[in-house]
Each structure stands twice: as structure tokens, then as C-alpha cells.
Ligand binder design. Sequence first.
Ligand SMILES: Nc1ncnc2c1ncn2[C@@H]1O[C@H](COP(=O)(O)OP(=O)(O)OP(=O)(O)O)[C@@H](O)[C@H]1O
Ligand SMILES: [Mg+2]
Length: 458
Amino acid sequence: MPHALIVGDDVRTRTEIATVCMAAGFVVTVAMGQRDAQQQISGQPPDIAFVDLNLPDGNGMVFFDKVEFRTLREIVLVTGEATVDTAVEALRVGAADYLTKPVNVRRLQMLLGRVARQLELKAMLAGSTRDAARSGHFGGMLGAAPVMQKLYHHIGRVAPTEATVLLLGESGTGKEIAAQTIHDLSRRQRQPFLPVNCGAISPQLIESEIFGHEKGSFTGADRQHKGYFERANGGTLFLDEVTEMPLELQVKLLRVLETGAFMRIGSNQELATDVRIIAASNRDPEDAISDGRLRLDLYHRLNVFPLLIPPLRERGADVALLAQHFLDDLNARHDTEKILSGDGLASLVGYHWPGNVRELRNYIQRAFILSDQVIDAAALAPAFTSQSPVGLALAIPVGTSLAEVDRKLIFATLELCGGVKKRAADILGISLKTLYNRLEEYGPHDAVQRESRDRSQV
Ligand SMILES: Nc1ncnc2c1ncn2[C@@H]1O[C@H](COP(=O)(O)OP(=O)(O)OP(=O)(O)O)[C@@H](O)[C@H]1O
Ligand SMILES: [Mg+2]
């Protein structure tokens, strides 16, 4: 059974934590302070330790420094109040997480679930990945690869500041989860975190969605509407796919960022706003600027602290860690105990994942459905080839027009690249702008459409 040690003399908090731990199947032991804890740890090191920042015999931070506590793998710091500096400092020196009093039960349960899963994973993964599994997470982000550790370090630095962050990285690399982590580690953590997908809102509505509108300001505005800036006040606004925002709106956004004030549509009254901006894009912003999709002045304003989220193919054994995490999640939800075979894991690690973590998650889900008990390489292989239903070759009958060949090749390449347009453009040897122009010309083409078309042909 997993073992939790609770260190501290605050009886109420100890009881709160112990109750949740026991319900999650952990054996619980308790220590008043450092000395007491030290004795217990030398006897039997726990799988997780909850350490109060204020101990009767000193500061809980010593657990990260003293050599006698080095054997502790997961230390969760428990603080009386949420001081961001302490929280960030704790994560930086190696804490698994931090809890504030009174303890948030849901958060604690999630933490315990993760520890339990990691223990199982550790039992399963061999040799080199064992160390990676040991400290492979930062907030909700999983991964122990050196590129990820560097990213965690940068996030830990920038989170408690007010700096605007620009998250760049391929589709599915985890930009949104990184944005959430930054928010959770900031002074704004108890205020809203509002994600806005600038590419998904219709251009007609986006201005009103972002800035709000007054009743009667346009046809259909039958009541006052508070926009994202107002609703996120005091918190963080996550502008996803910011390069997809209409250009006129980019001018307005820039003005808000510079003046800290905005107006609802149909109003002359300026409203002050206190919002931290995190923006993200899966395009190269320089390309977006040269394509005329992103204003240079807005880019300069957003590019205060750029963070590059590395593609999954650069994260080595993290593929196994994430795969196991997604599988654990499915097992928990379906009350099953399916496992990944060794060769299944190896096949995952060998793949190049053009759609990154999202693609991996979808593959695991598919393999989970297809397999009974053991998910092996055979169960995963069809998933890889289905990545490109047209296969690696296109059969083109003589008599096809050049325009049609062009269309087919573009869509097939896009699918092969998991929808990553930059890569598809590179393979096709055309500029990203040309690719976008062609896609606009050829109209939308997505899996759903194709599926319904295929069905109607049957
Ligand atoms: N390091 C990670 N640990 C755990 N889950 C992750 C990690 N990175 C990504 N994920 C999961 O993968 C999926 C895709 O992540 P996310 O939506 O953050 O990607 P994204 O970079 O915003 O993609 P896009 O550019 O397509 O919007 C989500 O379900 C997310 O929870
Ligand atoms: Mg996203």
C-alpha cells in the first residue's frame, strides 16, 4: 500500500489530510516536526510527505535541503496562506506541489491519484525511465525530459510576475496546459483563468466577445453583455491562436494592453482592466507577420516573455510517461485494468508524433477501445497507419486534372503531418501563405466531413 507521512503540529490540517489519504488507500503516519520525521523516514521512507511550512522545530523548507530528507520523493508543502513566492520557490526546489489551508480536497485527491499511478508506473518501467518517472511533473504538466525541466524552470520564473507570456509550439504540445500552470502559480490564481480561442469565434462576434457590448448597440444585442476582459478582471486571459484574430481587432487589443482600459461596443465609457495576458500560437509569428496576419506592433507587445513548448518527439521517454498517464485515466474512468505491453511502449517511443501530446492521447484512447487486457504493438500499429488513411502513396487515375492532383496531395500531406500546416508546407515545398491560400480555395476538409462523405457513398 502507498504510504503518506504528514509532518506538522496543526491537528486540524493533519486530520483533514489524513482523512483524504486514507480514503485514497494510503497508509498514514504522522510526525510533529523535523526530528520526529527524520526518525520515521530512516525506518520507512514514505511515498509522499506533506510538510507544514511552519514546524515547531523550524521551517518546512529544510526538507528540501537536508541530506537526511533526500530519500523523500514527493514532498508537498502545506502553507497557512497562499504566498506565491513560497509556492513557486517550493516547486523550484523540488516540491511536488503545495497546499493551502484549509486543504482543497479535490486537489489533494488528484495529487494522491498521481502518486499512486506513478508508483505503478515505476514498477513497470525499466532502467533509464525510472528516474524520469520520479520527478516527471510540474503542476498539471507531465514530463521529465531535460527540455521540459528547462521549460518548468522558465515557467517558475515568469509565473509570479505580471509579464505577458507568449507560448509558441506546434499543435498539441500543451500550450493551454502551460498557460493554466502559469496562472495557477501566479498571484492571480484565485481569480478567473479565461481561455479564448481567437480562431474559433466568428469574426462578427469576436469583438463583442472580447470587449462586451451595451444593450441595443447592434441588431440582436438585446441586453448588455460583459466581454472576456471584464469577466477575467483580476485574473488571466489566455488568447489562444492569437494570429487568427482579425487585424482591426488586433489594433484594439494593442490599445487595451497599452492603456489598461477598454470600452464595450456601443459605449463611450472607458473601463479599467486588470488582466494578465498569455497569448499562444502554433504558427511561427515571424511567418504570420510576413503573411500579414499578425501586426508587428502587437507582436512586440506580446513577445515580452516567449516560451517555446518543445514537440513531443524531442522529449524521449516522456512518451511512455504520458502514455501511461492517459491509460491510467481511461482505466480509472472505465473501471478497467488494461496495461501497455513492453513492445507497445517501444512502438510509441519510436514514433515521431506530428500531432504531439494530443495525438498520443487520441492513440491511447483508440488502442484502449480496441484491446481487451493488454495493449500491444499490434493494437497500436493500425492507429499509426490510420494517421494517413490515404496511405503514403496516392493512386491518381490518368485523366485527373492537375488542380485535382494538387488538392489531393495537399490534403493527404496535411493529414500525414497531423494537421501541422508549417510541416506540410515544408514537405510540399511551398510557403505557408500559399498553403493557406490553397486551403481557402479548396474549402474545409476535415475528418468528419470525409467520414460523412464516405458513408454516403456506401
Ligand atoms: N505535459 C503534459 N502533461 C499532460 N498532459 C498534457 C501535456 N501536454 C499536453 N497535454 C494534454 O494534451 C492535450 C493537448 O494539449 P493542449 O490543448 O494544451 O495543446 P495546445 O498546444 O494548446 O494545442 P493547439 O495548438 O492545437 O491548441 C490536452 O488534453 C492536454 O491536457
Ligand atoms: Mg490550444
